[in-house]
Design a protein around this ligand. Structure first.
Ligand SMILES: Cc1cc2nc3c(=O)[nH]c(=O)nc-3n(C[C@H](O)[C@H](O)[C@H](O)COP(=O)(O)OP(=O)(O)OC[C@H]3O[C@@H](n4cnc5c(N)ncnc54)[C@H](O)[C@@H]3O)c2cc1C
Length: 393
């Protein structure tokens, strides 16, 4: 049986960040990835907020397809608001980012095995001691380690088999259908969101520019069999209407789970990060930055645990998810509440809110967005929105 200090399952952004932290601290780490190479196949709209992304890593130019300076939201009646927000975000080159993050971990000393599946961890009832891996030739091997990181995305079989009740309830996920669309004309610095019952019931549709002539166009809706079946029809209708002559070159579908609190992040010496821990923004389904950040914290906690030996086990909960949630729990909980409000908005509410936003943004520069003032103003001028406040409490 081979032996490492740590084993990381999944070479997505969460896993690679974790593996990098552990390897950089001088510990032996094995990262396994079930696909042929990290980053492929890609299932993502590739949008990130610039500030939060740059807090985690210094971006390389080749990770970025386009730089976003304007956010436009379109109401069901076609009215819209465009908010100029220089440096708001990036549309990434996700396969490149994932690949480079994995290589960065390898350069720090991590061993990466692709086409290798982590099946389950095993232990003595107190701690997990080994993991079974299935290699590309079908051979099953056990690998021993002192700590394990489940960064295996939304499926997260590893944490589930270890005892985390993370089975995805249909009401707790958003179904996403996404097209890569070419042969279109668009503003490369503007992301657009379309809301309302016709275009995206209980969800939203986005256009994220990859270049002046191509975009990721996607529809995210709360899962429900009927609505999910209609997603393709709605997305086709949107593309045909707004981009005649467009060519859809790639289609992908996936799920984004909602944040479910602390219990998803750790079981004994198995730490879950990224989608595996449900560390997503529940309002938008954005998870890249949270995956990187939770992976980084999980990796740092694993390194500290390894350096502390026996004492480390008692401190583990404080280290992770403690330190990560200290920074992130309020934000993740707020987005979950906002989602509960969002799914209750009717077309008239969207029209009203977008009108109010237009008024707000003509008076205020985006540098000075004050969310509290904005919400207070919205509720004062649109009293019928008060009915939704209870979902924020
Ligand atoms: C259609 C779609 C669009 C999205 N758009 C955005 C967006 O625009 N912006 C944003 O911020 N977020 C977006 N997200 C969410 C984002 O993609 C995820 O939050 C992010 O990828 C999470 O990273 P991760 O490392 O936790 O998991 P993943 O990126 O899913 O990586 C997990 C890795 O583990 C591997 N793996 C799984 N099981 C095993 C196993 N048993 N053994 C070995 N390897 C395994 C997988 O192959 C994968 O490489 C989108 C999601 C979807 C579905």
């Amino acid at each position: 049986m081979s032996m490492y200090d740590a084993v990381v399952i999944g070479a997505g952004p969460a896993g690679s960040m974790a593996a990098y932290e552990i390897a950089s601290a001088g510990y032996s780490v094995l990262m396994v990835e079930k696909h042929k190479r990290p980053g492929l196949p890609m299932c993502c709209a590739e949008g990130v907020g610039r500030i939060s992304f740059e807090k985690i890593i210094d971006p390389k130019p080749e990770w970025i397809s386009s730089r976003i300076d304007t956010v436009r939201v379109v109401a069901p009646d076609g009215s819209d608001v465009s908010v100029a927000y220089p440096g708001a975000g990036y549309i990434l080159e996700r396969p490149r980012l994932d690949y480079d993050l994995a290589q960065r971990a390898v350069a720090a000393g991590c061993r990466l095995e692709c086409e290798t599946i982590g099946t389950h961890v095993d232990g003595n009832g107190d701690r997990f001691e080994s993991i079974e891996l299935r290699r590309p030739d079908g051979e099953r091997v056990m690998v021993k380690a002192a700590i394990f990181i489940a960064a295996d995305g939304i499926e997260s079989q590893i944490a589930r088999r270890a005892g985390v009740a993370n089975a995805v309830d249909i009401e707790q996920v958003e179904s996403i259908l996404e097209y890569r669309v070419e042969n279109i004309d668009l503003k490369v610095d503007t992301i657009e969101f379309f809301v309302g019952n016709d275009v995206a019931p209980k969800g939203y549709l986005w256009v994220f520019p990859k270049s002046p002539n191509s975009a990721n166009i996607g529809l995210g809706i709360i899962s429900d069999t009927k609505r999910s079946e209609e997603a393709g029809y709605r997305l086709d209708k949107f593309v045909e209407k707004n981009y005649p002559g467009a060519v859809v070159t790639h289609k992908t579908a996936g799920l984004t789970p909602k944040y479910q609190g602390k219990k998803m992040f750790r079981i004994r010496n198995l730490l879950a990060a990224g989608d595996a821990a449900r560390a997503l923004d529940s309002l938008t389904g954005a998870g890249i930055v949270n995956a990187m950040m939770s992976g980084k914290y999980a990796g740092a906690a694993a390194a500290e645990y390894l350096s502390d030996g026996v004492d480390g086990y008692n401190k583990l909960d404080n280290l992770y998810p403690g330190r990560f949630l200290e920074v992130k729990a309020d934000e993740l909980s707020l987005y979950l509440k906002l989602k509960n409000v969002y799914i209750r908005l009717k077309d008239d509410d969207f029209i009203d809110i977008i009108k109010a936003l237009r008024e707000y943004f003509t008076e205020n520069s985006t540098e000075g967005i004050n969310t509290g003032r904005l919400l207070a103003g919205l509720i004062r001028t649109r009293p019928r929105l008060i009915r939704l406040v209870k979902y924020l409490l």
